[in-house]
Ligand binder design. Structure first.
Ligand code: PEP
Length: 258
């Protein structure tokens, strides 16, 4: 898999709507094994959606999970519970988890380790607020989130992680980072990964862009050298737009074999 288009349904859809979406997406997806497709869905429908996606190219993941295995953690789901549904991935540290639910880099780090222990693909979400960007803190924020999120994780495990760069000011706002700004931030994140694990691993790491990705801007984003996919919120709720995003056209400007 050379790139990944991930959808994040957040707190939307019934089970029936989720299953219908997957059935429609299965019928519309181009058969291209180098392109991964992941749907991160509410825990209420993980099992049903994972069952519907079984045998297709569509991976299913949770939007979050707790790091403990079991116990008195009312309202939470464990990594084993996520696996038990048939899901194979999870988002970790989405900005809505960080901002609304106060999730710290330490918690994010524990969740990534727990996901890896259970063989789930963790998608580590990072990104700066508008205030931080305007104060020139982009690199400092990415560095803190990458170092904190990956603390104590071996190179072998780090190679099983996907990073999603999502500038918080671009999520759900209709404001997209320009392809060049996004690519610059991805290059920065890749350099920070290289500082921790070396250039070879960093070059192979998939870094997705998230923040108002839509059918009409995906191609120009995917043409950028350092962008290996997208994490899509709003435009992943409609099967037509998510299908178009997943079947993106690479302009061929880059050498990425997208
Ligand atoms: C997201 O939720 O991760 C996201 C990027 O949302 P949107 O595409 O709606 O900006």
């Amino acid at each position: 898999m050379k790139n990944l288009m991930a959808g994040n349904w957040k707190m939307h859809k019934t089970i029936a709507e989720g299953v219908a979406f997957v059935n429609e997406l299965k019928a519309q997806l181009q058969d291209r094994p180098e392109r991964g497709v992941l749907l991160c869905v509410p825990s209420t429908m993980l099992h049903a959606v994972a069952t519907a996606a079984k045998g297709s190219a569509i991976m299913v993941g949770s939007e979050d999970m707790y790091f403990e295995e079991k116990g008195a953690f009312t309202g939470e789901i464990s990594p084993s519970m996520v696996k038990d549904t048939g899901a194979t991935a999870t988002l970790v540290g989405h900005s809505e988890r960080r901002v609304i639910f106060g999730e710290t880099d330490l918690v994010v780090n524990k969740k990534i380790k727990a996901a890896l222990t259970h063989g789930l693909l963790p998608v580590l979400c990072i990104g700066e607020s508008l205030e931080e960007r305007e104060a020139g803190k982009l690199e400092a924020v990415l560095s803190t989130q990458i170092k904190g999120g990956l603390e104590g994780i071996s190179a072998a495990d780090a190679s099983k992680i996907v990073i999603a760069y999502e500038p918080v000011w671009a999520i759900g706002t209709g404001k997209t980072a320009s392809p060049q700004d996004a690519d610059d931030a991805h290059a920065m994140a890749r350099k920070l990964v290289a500082n921790l694990y070396g250039q070879e691993l960093a070059d192979k790491m998939m870094i997705l862009y998230g923040g108002s990705v839509k059918a009409d801007n995906v191609d120009e984003l995917m043409a950028m050298k350092n962008i290996n996919g997208a994490l899509v919120g709003g435009a992943a709720l409609e099967v037509e737009s998510f299908t178009r995003i997943s079947n993106f056209t690479c302009s061929g400007k880059c050498s990425c074999s997208k």
